[in-house]
Design a protein around this ligand. Sequence first.
Ligand code: RB5
Length: 150
Amino acid sequence: MNVAVASDHGGFPLKARVIEDLRKSGHQVTDLGTHSADAVDYPDYARAVAEAVLAGRADRAVLLCGSGAGACVAANKFRGIRAATCHDVFSAHQSVEDDDVNVLCLGARVIGPELAVDLVRTYLNARFSGAERHCRRLGKIAAFEAEFGK
Ligand code: RB5
């Protein structure tokens, strides 16, 4: 899978470990920064992964900040992006199976590197079920974007 990965400075300590494991697992990884621990603004990195997914350069993305919250809020402002912060394995797969999440957000100040790797593996192995009720609910979210996303 083509996977875009980005972080702000809060997520930076986790990014290298996540990328290392993705590459070991055979994924094609695009590292969209940040490339140091210097303070940056998480919306810029949310934008980078959102654009990569929406343009088809990435199938899915992993986005890291300190809490997993701010980056998730920012990513969800892009029409067609469904981002979720998942710090447990159940949510990491169910968010894809039911909600077709295309950006997994993680908080490097909340979880450790090995849980992060587990969550990313679980997330990437999950597939959207395509069940009618989930398509209907996602359709309602898409309608919100069309109605209010101007
Ligand atoms: C940066 O200090 C921090 O606010 C950011 O990484 C993230 O946790 C925001 O939600």
